[in-house]
Every structure is written in C-alpha cells, then in structure tokens.
Design a protein around this ligand. Structure first.
Ligand code: AHR
Length: 667
C-alpha cells in the first residue's frame, strides 16, 4: 500500500454506499454557480515551451537522421562515424581541415581507400540508431569531392548495424574533384520490418580518396516540410491544441557564454551556412531547427509564436550593463521581430521571404531574456527597460514579458522592472506532486491589478525520463488552479517538452513526451494536459466546494532537500469548471489524488435546461508510480465513459487516483 493510501485511510471515518458502490468516505459536494457571470478564460492559457535539451531537436523533433553531419561535434575525430570494410579491404577515416567547403563547414571527413576487394567506406549510426519504416522514401544529400582518380560510383545504403540486411540502396556517379552537392533518394520495400537500429553507409569498390561534408538524410516530415519535423512527435504536439509555442528557451536562449547564446541570424538560410553551436546542455546543436523552422512549427500546430529574445545575460553569469554595449543586442531583437512580422518592404521581412516564407507571422508576445533572477547583479531592471522602450517604440502593440517581477522564488530579491513597464511576468515552478497540490490555490488571491502572469515553465517532477501518474495528479491539481484564475494567469507552458529516452539522451529528468529513433509516447502528464487543453470554455464558473477530502502531504527527498520536514494537511481533491458561452457546453474537471474512490454530488445551479447525457474522460492508474514507456506507450491513456442521468443534482464516483473531465450540456 502506498504512502498516499495510508495517509487517506487514517482519516477514514466510515464506509458509505454511493451509487451502489462502496466508498470509503463521505461525498464531496460541488455547486456550480451557473447563473452567476464568470470571468473570462484566457484563450492563450495552454501552450508549449521548447528548447534544445534532452536531444529535443537533433535526435528528436527535427527530422535529420545523420548525427554529426558537418563533423563539428568533436575536434578530435569523426564521432558517430565509423569506417566500413570487409576482410579483404583496407581503408581509414580522418578529419581533414585543409580544404573547407566554406567557413561554416571547415572540417570534412576524409576517406582513404587503400584496398577495395569488396567495399570500403563510412557509416553513420544516427541518433542511437536510424529508424527504418516500410515503404518509405528518404531524401539524402552530401557534399563530396574525390582525389585525382578516375571517377567511381558511390553506393549509399540504409542497412542493419552488421551490414547483413540492406533496407534500401542507391548509386551516385560523377563525383568531382571539386566540392559539389549530390542528392539521392532511398526507398524501403513495403514488407520491411521496422527497426530503430539501422545505419547509413556510403561505400566505394575502388581505391582512392574521398571527402564528405554536410551528409544529410531525412525521412518524410510533418506536412512535407523541407528541413522539417518528425510526424509522430508533431502529431502528439498538435493534438494538445496549443495556443502558443515559447521558444527558443530556456537556458538554450542564453547559452553558457556570449559565443554560444542563441544567435538567431546564424540559424537562418541554407544549411551549408549553419555552423551550429554548443548548447548549454552539453552537446552541439546543428541549428537545423532555426528561427524559421520554429515559426513554421508554430504554424503547423496552429500556435502563435512566443519569442524570447536574448537580453545580454548568459548562464556563466556574465552580462552586459544597459547602455551602448547592450544596444547591438537590442537592435538584434528588433531585427528578429522584423524577420517574423515584416513585409516585403522591410529588410528582414524580405530575407524571410527569400528563406521560403513570404507571409509574415502573427506575433503578439515577446519575452525579454530567461530566468534573469539568476543575474544577482540586478542588471536586469535596466536591461529590460532598454529592450522594452525600443520594442514598444517600434511595435507598440506587442505584449512584453518580464522574467522578473513574479512571485516565484527565483526572482526574489532581484530588482524588478518598474511597474509602469510590467505587462506580463513569467513565473517558473518545478515541484513535487504534493507541492503542486498544496499550491493549487496559489493564484486565487493574486492581485488582479498587478501584471498578468505567464507560467512560462512548470512541471511536477516525479518519474523519469518521463513523468509517472503521481506527477500527472500534481499537474492536474495545479492546472485546476491556473484555469480557475485564467483571467489573470493568461498563459502557461510545461517544461521540458521532449526527451530522447536512450541512455545519454536525457539531461533533465521528468519530461512530457519520450521517444527513440522509431517510437514515441506521451507521459501520463501529457494526457492530463491534453485533456485540460482540449476541453475548455471561454468563461470561468464559480464552484462552491464542501466536504473536500484532505490528505497528509507525502514528503519526498526533494522536499527534505528544500528543508520541508513536517507533512502538512492539504486538499486531496481538486476541481475547476468553465463554460463555452457559444454552445452551452460546460467542462468540469476533477482530480482525485487519493488511493480510494471519491464520491461526489454535483449541483448545477442554473435556470437553464440540463441535457441528460454528457461525455466524460477518465485518466487513472492503479499505482501512482505507473507510467507509459516505449514498450507500453498506452498503459495510461484517457478512456471515454458515457455519462447518463445528468440532472440539476447528480452523483458520481471518481475512481482512486484519477483525473476526470466531464462535458455537460446546459442551454
Ligand atoms: O526546463 C529546463 C530549464 O529549467 C530551462 O532551460 C530553464 O529556463 C529552467 O531553469
């Protein structure tokens, strides 16, 4: 029996029979005050946050299958590449810097074939393997040149790691002695067994030397975008119906130092001019996911971009004081906004059109920096003002988000921007489930005259690499609080979003969506969020709750690390309701964190007509430690259960450890 159940059982007074089900406690009572006017639900409430962490793009969402495609991952050698040779062949591979393709591609892979009795060449293992799917066409390319030998045919293959199974092959002829790009396609047969463990190989049957650079291979992408994204992951994201996409970070925006900040101008244009950079999460980013790709990703999931601009502070705690030295970064932010929103009459709007997207993007929100509460020098206030004034002067309608000025502990003690320039503040919360539950009412008493709140990063951190069901319960409890206060908490996004679950793929425990090269899955937290964001009205309904069960807080190692030693007595049952005033639908969300079923009496205080039948989705687990994995991706998913007999007063029993969303019709 889990700690949670023990806590609950100690508070049980007697057994009750409710709807013919034996329940271990008395019913909670929820009265929905439907005849009272409700506050407006922010249409932007549920969005996505993303950055390059946990191999989110390279080895994740970004479709590229070749790892270390421009040979810059290590200066010591061609990591993730190997030579390929049979028993009678002899070849070697080295990094060669003597004849660069251009300044972004200074190092190439040199293949010297001394003896080619069978085949000799190079192989790339991808990001923990390359995924093979049946009947699939892969688009490939590379830059190559050869030594002064007679031009030979190169063979490209997708094959098993031992080379015994070839899934697809193509031939490339006419390799020049000068650098030139070569393109090919590889198509697998319809009866191929899918695998996550293939490799990509280029071989020759003749002696000589070859050089390669920007070796690239893409599977089909979401909406067939060139340089696009993995369809399964994009579908999971689109299914969440996000209102916005916050990018590019997170720490990834700032970088460890000025050189490795996210420098948007280096992320646009042809791939041969994207040198990539070192991400703060300790691996090199290709920058294949550049500014335009982020924007197109937003477009593809019907989300608005919410762009964080670099604000002169890096993770090593180096910063630029406000003033002339900061101005180039302010100008860079203005250029970035012009790239996103400008038309053909502007320099950067013209550049965006040249890059392939003539239509300007809709942009309403700009965030100045990220987590500047870590800048203990206090320089943020003045830096913010410099950015704010410049952006507002050119784009008065843009809403500006400050990373300081909220009530999260990070910014405490750091001087916030002046109140007159504070429109929206970004708060970040990473907590245990019981901390989320304890703080689920945190926003009920926020001063509505203060700046609006953007919860730009939040997550219940339990379970890894992706969260478990206990985390989903904490998340759902927390979301009831944000949704009930979404007149003031206007936006929120969970972090981190993505994780490659292979060993070495994760830098941050407790993520929302997991994957390997072939498969992907949503965590219980993912499904909790999807349920919340897919079922929401435009007006908040006040609920009067009575007889709400309580629990003793379960303390974790994380709590004790934060000095919390005494368990508190907190709510164990959470709820929120909204209504869509255009069609009369009411969405009632209830979270039972207990190990026992929770009976509930629901009173619909309305002069309207209640529809007898409704819909209901239940997400539950028998153990809060249960989770979804690559092998069991659908262990915990919402199940639709019909609801009949809805009246102005009706009873339900909510299963133990469950999240329930009911859709009721009231006209
Ligand atoms: O989400 C992971 C990291 O947490 C983000 O990069 C950073 O903003 C926060 O500290």
């Amino acid at each position: 029996m889990s700690h949670r159940s023990l806590n609950c059982l100690t508070t049980i007074a007697s057994l009750v029979i409710f709807n013919n089900i034996i329940c271990a406690q008395a019913p909670a009572k929820l009265t929905l005050e439907l005849d009272k006017p409700g506050k407006v639900v922010s249409p932007m409430l549920y969005g996505l946050m993303t950055e390059e962490i946990n191999f989110s793009y390279d080895g994740g969402l970004y479709g590229e299958l070749i790892r270390n495609r421009i040979f810059r991952d290590s200066e010591k050698g061609a990591t993730f590449w190997d030579k390929v040779q049979g028993p009678e062949d002899k070849c070697s591979i080295t990094l060669d810097r003597t004849n660069a393709v251009n300044t972004s591609l200074p190092a190439s892979l040199r293949l010297d074939v001394e003896k080619a009795a069978g085949r000799a060449g190079i192989a790339n293992e991808g990001y923990w393997g390359i995924a093979i799917k049946a009947g699939t066409t892969y688009q490939g390319s590379f830059y190559a040149r050869r030594s002064e030998i007679q031009a030979q045919t190169l063979t490209v293959t997708l094959e098993s790691r031992d080379g015994k199974t070839v899934y697809a092959a193509a031939e490339i002829t006419g390799i020049s002695t000068e650098w030139k790009p070569y393109h090919f396609t590889l198509t697998t047969k319809s009866d191929v067994q899918p695998t996550a463990h293939a490799r990509f190989v280029i071989t020759t049957k003749k002696e000589g030397s070859y050089w390669f650079n920007l070796v690239s291979l893409f599977p089909p992408t979401y909406k067939d975008r060139l340089n696009g994204n993995r369809p399964d992951l994009m579908q999971l994201l689109a299914d969440m119906k996000p209102a916005f996409l916050r990018f590019p970070g997170g720490n990834y925006l700032e970088g460890m130092n000025f050189i490795n900040r996210w420098d948007w101008k280096k992320t646009i244009g042809p791939l041969e001019h994207r040198a990539g950079h070192m991400s703060p999460w300790e691996y090199r980013s290709t920058d294949g996911m550049g500014l335009l790709e982020f924007l197109q990703w937003s477009e593809d999931v019907n989300a608005e971009p919410l762009v964080a601009v670099f604000a002169g502070f890096v993770l090593s705690k180096d910063y630029l004081e406000a003033g002339p030295f900061l101005q180039p970064f302010v100008d860079d932010a203005l250029d970035e906004i012009e790239y996103i929103t400008g038309d053909a009459s502007t320099k950067w709007g013209t550049q965006r059109a040249k890059d392939g997207h003539p239509q300007p993007f809709k942009l309403n929100y700009i965030e100045i920096g990220n987590e500047d509460g870590f800048d203990y020098s206090g320089s943020y206030r003045e830096r913010y003002i410099q950015f704010y004034d410049a952006i507002k002067a050119k784009y008065p309608n843009l809403q500006i988000i400050s990373t300081i000025g909220g009530k999260d502990p990070l910014g405490a003690g750091v001087p916030p921007p002046p109140e007159t320039k504070l429109q929206i503040v970004d708060e970040h919360y990473y907590r245990t489930a019981s901390q989320m539950e304890e703080n689920a009412k945190q926003y009920d008493n926020y001063d509505r005259n203060g700046p609006k709140v953007f919860v730009g990063e939040w997550a219940t951190r339990e379970g890894y690499p992706t969260t478990n069901f206990n985390a989903a319960l904490g998340d759902a409890a927390w979301m009831t609080g944000m949704e009930r206060n979404s007149d003031h908490v206007i936006m929120s996004c969970y972090a981190p979003l993505l994780v490659n679950v292979n060993p070495g793929g994760m830098q941050w425990e407790c993520d929302l969506i997991g994957y390997d090269a072939l498969n992907s899955f949503g965590s219980p937290s993912y499904y909790a969020q999807k349920l919340f964001s897919n079922n929401i009205g435009n007006s908040i309904i006040n609920i009067v709750g009575k007889n709400i069960p309580r629990q003793l807080q379960k303390l974790t190692g994380r709590d004790s690390a934060q000095g919390i030693t005494q368990p508190k007595n907190i709510d164990a049952f959470f709820f929120v309701a909204t209504r869509d005033t255009t069609n009369g639908k009411v969405y009632l969300k209830m979270v039972n964190t207990q190990a026992i079923a929770q009976p509930v009496t629901i009173n619909l205080n309305t002069s309207g007509k209640v529809t007898r039948n409704g819909r209901q989705w239940v997400l539950k687990a028998s153990d809060p430690n249960d989770t979804n994995t690559i092998k069991e991706p659908n262990k915990i998913v919402p199940v639709e259960v019909p609801v009949k007999g809805i009246a102005k007063a009706f009873n339900r029993v909510l299963p133990a450890y469950s999240i329930t969303v009911m859709e009721l019709g009231i006209k």
